[in-house]
Design a protein around this ligand. Sequence first.
Ligand code: NAG
Ligand code: NAG
Ligand code: NAG
Ligand code: NAG
Ligand code: NAG
Ligand code: NAG
Ligand code: NAG
Ligand code: NAG
Ligand code: NAG
Ligand code: NAG
Ligand code: NAG
Ligand code: NAG
Length: 638
Amino acid sequence: MASLRNAAIAFIASLPCRALASNIIDNNASPPNLSTVFNNSIFYTWRPRSHVLPPSGQIGDPCMHYTDPTTGLFHIGYLHNGAAGAKTSDLITWTDVAEDPTFIRAGGINDPVAVFDGSVIPYGINGTPTLLYTSVSYLPIQWTVPYTKGSETQSLAVTYDGGANFTKLEEGPVIPGPPFPVTNVTGFRDPYVFQSPQLDAAAISPEGTWYSVISGGIHGQGPSQFLFRQYDADFRDWEYLGEWWREEANSSWGDGTWAGRWGFNFEVGNVFALDTEGYNAEGEVFTTLGAEWSEVPIIPQVSQFREMLWAAGNITTSSNGSVHFDPTMAGKLDWGQWAYAAAGKLLPANSSTSTSSGTANDRFISYLWLTNNNFGTSAFPTMPQGWNSVLTTTRELAQGTIGNVIDNELVNETASWRVGSRDTATRTVELITLRQTIAREIRAAFVSNATRTFSQSGRSVSNSTSSYSNSNASSLAFQQSPISKFFMMTASIAFSSSARGSGDLKAGFKILGSEYESTAIYYQFSNESLIVDRSNSSAAALTTPGLLANNEAGRLRLFDIANGSNSSSIETLNLTIVVDNSVVEIFANDRFVLSTWIWSWYDESTQISFYHEGSGDVSFGNVTVYEGLVDAWPERVY
Ligand SMILES: *[C@@H]1O[C@H](CO)[C@@H](O)[C@H](O)[C@H]1NC(C)=O
Ligand SMILES: *[C@@H]1O[C@H](CO)[C@@H](O)[C@H](O)[C@H]1NC(C)=O
Ligand SMILES: *[C@@H]1O[C@H](CO)[C@@H](O)[C@H](O)[C@H]1NC(C)=O
Ligand SMILES: *[C@@H]1O[C@H](CO)[C@@H](O)[C@H](O)[C@H]1NC(C)=O
Ligand SMILES: *[C@@H]1O[C@H](CO)[C@@H](O)[C@H](O)[C@H]1NC(C)=O
Ligand SMILES: *[C@@H]1O[C@H](CO)[C@@H](O)[C@H](O)[C@H]1NC(C)=O
Ligand SMILES: *[C@@H]1O[C@H](CO)[C@@H](O)[C@H](O)[C@H]1NC(C)=O
Ligand SMILES: *[C@@H]1O[C@H](CO)[C@@H](O)[C@H](O)[C@H]1NC(C)=O
Ligand SMILES: *[C@@H]1O[C@H](CO)[C@@H](O)[C@H](O)[C@H]1NC(C)=O
Ligand SMILES: *[C@@H]1O[C@H](CO)[C@@H](O)[C@H](O)[C@H]1NC(C)=O
Ligand SMILES: *[C@@H]1O[C@H](CO)[C@@H](O)[C@H](O)[C@H]1NC(C)=O
Ligand SMILES: *[C@@H]1O[C@H](CO)[C@@H](O)[C@H](O)[C@H]1NC(C)=O
């Protein structure tokens, strides 16, 4: 559960009025101060088409997803006046679970104040989907303030009507608090249920036992995941197996370059196992987690930084029988500063949602929350917009491999990859990492459902190329650009070996451009970073507070790849950029994601151009734009 300040503040906008909006808002003229316009009058200005969000109002953390055992449909959940949800038969189009999609609300005996994140056992009590969630009795709750005993407990609810409502059990919390002597916690929430044959073996449990990690930490010690085990068939009691993972307060993985800081408190931990195809209970154990931290001094109720991380590791059993998770690699699930609170779920191969795409293997799919008001702290014009934040495009997670990598100094760090195998004869290694890709059926739909598809011929650029020689920074417009702000673009950028040493090379694209606005997305070797320069992204940022214009940045190492006979070249940078109006997600080399907001104002700001600066040979190729995306909500009236 993130953004605690907002959790209890329900916010439902009244229905937007398109006619009223169009009278006031003119996206061909300079923007007014959008903080001062009528409620809902910019409802459509930046609203995405293909993403998950409620009919109106605020979306918080994704959570509580499951495959309905009766229908085989996949249900997605998210915090919204409690929690709300939608279902899908293909991951592409969604139907709200009811006209009012809220399926659980705060206000019961266990949760008088709030409902925070939870997770669902699909075949739970009596074979029905059973929700284990954080029931909240006192606020505020945050790692920067003393913990109020009993503020976060874990309770059960069951659905009898296909997920339209989850009915709370008439009994007290099944996990009433952190077990003594663990009392002074920084947090104790977001129970994530999972099964694990590896944990069954390590903890000597019956086959098929359910476990739950609860995220949090201990004041003065550090962030941790608390591990519990199902005790009875009705999930009424859970046995505490200890802190299976704890990190030192404010420490980091390696020097922090590849996975930020572990911080002071963990949130939203998920645990699952992957192989190279997707979910595999016997595969490598992964966790995704949120980490909260600040610089000194700690300001009560302000978490300056939140990082959305992943880690993979070994399960070990110590001599006294306690089980532990020991990380072997860790990274960022998303480098966007506003992408957080990921929640994923097993999507079984035999569910109707999966079979409709012909997918033969079990998958683990995940969603992140992308906040558009900096976790509730910026002055974004939320009331004028009438909706707030979104979930990211469905991702598939798998174990990733990078083959034929030259065994040089680039591979040996404590990083977001590990050396899987080493071939001393060829002096190459195979690296293992987390693979992240757009869910296959969504990517296919963006291609097949495009209303306009066009390719742009590639080009090679160096500092001597005439068309780029007039100024230091150059861009060259595409022959064709989208006519809307809804598209997926794919492109490759190949660098000559000398580029690695270039201190000033930047290569990429400018998108959502016009004479007034544009956003540069580029890679630079100087700090191995992919940057999104938002300083000129929005004319409205000049008139309206809360349209943040900071750069976004993420680390991506391009390795040296052997290509036979003692030669090598720098790994090609493959980009997939999804622009769904204001939501922009950048996927690179199947292992890097950066999600952010670009609030371009003018209708004409749709131009794409090449972008190149500094010295170094760069070759752009395979550029294709698929315009249109999909309408994820065909049944909604607006
Ligand atoms: C917008 O809605 C809020 C909450 O309902 C209300 O307090 C505010 O006055 C409205 N603002 C305008 C400009 O209508
Ligand atoms: C869900 O439960 C609430 C509260 O009991 C009720 O008002 C609502 O009608 C129910 N929704 C559905 C779809 O059954
Ligand atoms: C809990 O930890 C906080 C922060 O370190 C400390 O101020 C407080 O005294 C501790 N409370 C208890 C009951 O130990
Ligand atoms: C946490 O570590 C970072 C990096 O060393 C440091 O800048 C920050 O001040 C630390 N925070 C606290 C609260 O000590
Ligand atoms: C994890 O397990 C592998 C294989 O058993 C072993 O080589 C490695 O040292 C272990 N790493 C940690 C951190 O325990
Ligand atoms: C069991 O051993 C582990 C690792 O040595 C230790 O962290 C833990 O506190 C021990 N647990 C108990 C109950 O003694
Ligand atoms: C990387 O680590 C391996 C194994 O420890 C070692 O053999 C190799 O020399 C190291 N490579 C570099 C460039 O440090
Ligand atoms: C490109 O610029 C670099 C550094 O300024 C220079 O050393 C190099 O000769 C230039 N290359 C060409 C082809 O002009
Ligand atoms: C826009 O309006 C808001 C709310 O009235 C105000 O706080 C802000 O200063 C205004 N910004 C500009 C640039 O006028
Ligand atoms: C990049 O894309 C090209 C062409 O689609 C493909 O051949 C290559 O394997 C990809 N490289 C990486 C690192 O993904
Ligand atoms: C474009 O893709 C082809 C294979 O599909 C690949 O051989 C080529 O290197 C790619 N071009 C660039 C510039 O990456
Ligand atoms: C895909 O395109 C078809 C034909 O234009 C359209 O009927 C359908 O609604 C589109 N599907 C989605 C999910 O947008």
